[in-house]
Design a protein around this ligand. Structure first.
Ligand SMILES: [Zn+2]
Length: 106
């Protein structure tokens, strides 16, 4: 169990493969945490802040994302979420220039 477990409300439903990933909604446990850690007594305000924080963190992680293979050669997987690249949709959010990622010297 980590401090990140259960902080997000899973965004259910089917969305088209490779579509832009959905926005997250912070779970109650994370809203509680914002109220305590950031000293926000107003729950409605804390919910807005918690939603903003989880989506900012998602964008930060996805900005670093790229396709990768594990040590057994499985992939390409998304380096941020672990799903099959680019079906997860994080290729829409990456800041990496994937054209220059190959190591063939060209
Ligand atoms: Zn992904």
């Amino acid at each position: 169990m980590s401090e990140f477990d259960g902080i997000l409300i899973p965004q259910g439903g089917n969305r088209p493969l490779m579509s832009y990933p959905p926005e997250f909604k912070a779970a109650r446990v994370f809203v509680d945490r914002v109220m305590v850690e950031l000293d926000v007594p107003d729950r409605e305000r804390a919910e807005v802040m918690a939603d903003w924080i989880v989506n900012f963190a998602e964008r930060f992680g996805a900005y670093q994302a790229g396709p990768m293979f594990d040590m057994d050669g499985n992939g390409p997987q998304c380096s941020w979420c672990g799903q099959i690249w680019p079906l997860c949709g994080h290729h829409h959010m990456t800041g990496r220039n994937l054209e220059e990622d190959d190591d063939d010297g060209e």
